[in-house]
Design a protein around this ligand. Sequence first.
Ligand code: MG
Length: 362
Amino acid sequence: MPRARSASTPSSSSPRGTGELALIERIRQRAASASRSAGAVRLGIGDDCAILAPPRGYEIVVTTDMSLEGRHFRRDWHSARAVGHRALARGLSDLAAMGARPLAAFLSLALPQTVAADPRWLDDFLDGLLGLAALCKVPLAGGDTAESPSDHVLADIVLLGAAPVGKALRRSGAKLGDRLFLTGALGGAAAELASLAASNTRATNTRENDAPGKSRYARRVDTAEHPHLYPQPRLAVGQSLLRRGMATACIDVSDGLSTDLAHLCAASDVAAEIEVAKLPLHPLARALGAEAALHAALHGGEDYELLFTASADALVPRTIAGVAVTCIGKIVRAKRDHPAITLIEADGRRTPLEPQGWEHLR
Ligand SMILES: [Mg+2]
């Protein structure tokens, strides 16, 4: 983290300037005021490395997520605030899937010169990122900046979390007869992305970013209405599952149910049956009509819900940490040369489901 050190180096650049040091200083100031209670972070931005002190009896879990303009977001569709929020949410969702609690985030940011020249984009990006960080009590403890040689923004986030030794939830523990559960609802992110693509959002985003005064994050829209722009990582659910010893396996649905359930099945060497009628569909997905809603739920991706298994006799509540939990199917024996997932329609018809994966922006 050599650049973190340079943040503390006196420089003639003003924080309002556009140089790399000015960018770092801007991030450092915002991060410092956002994370006074830094928890495990003994030393944050300002030296060659950050120093973390994980809680006794815990082990460190690490995840990294790249948000690349043109692949994961578009500046003409996504406000800087949404880009910042989503960049952090992706990694936090991975921690949630392990049942881990977040310790610290590290941000590496490459900005095109044209973006770096206007501090509003970075300010709004930090509003989104640090706003979610504050909600989830994860300090930004370091990172790096560079000028992007292309016209694309790149935000790479590393997240460190902690889980009790040997207890982190994994994809590999599902057993025959386990029931399959899902938090929240599916298809909302894909539905909102489709509407972003269909509408002229450039004007909307410009208005949002240009709106004057008060904290932009305080005006954060209701996330239930904006599952694509402002997904809520299910950290409290994951930690509760770990604490209760309830989940035999867990994964977050970032790439779509068909893909992520296939990952869980492969890791556990099992297969799964989904009852279509039980799938919780997000209202935005329902509005697309039945067929499109089901497609969004199965393949849409970016819903950042948790998919977990629990033994058939486990008493899984209908809500955990305020989030609805729905039983959507069960774990069955894997058959050679058969797709891992079978859909069961309301009339009992059985259809094999091939993973289709999340489609990047095209
Ligand atoms: Mg994941």
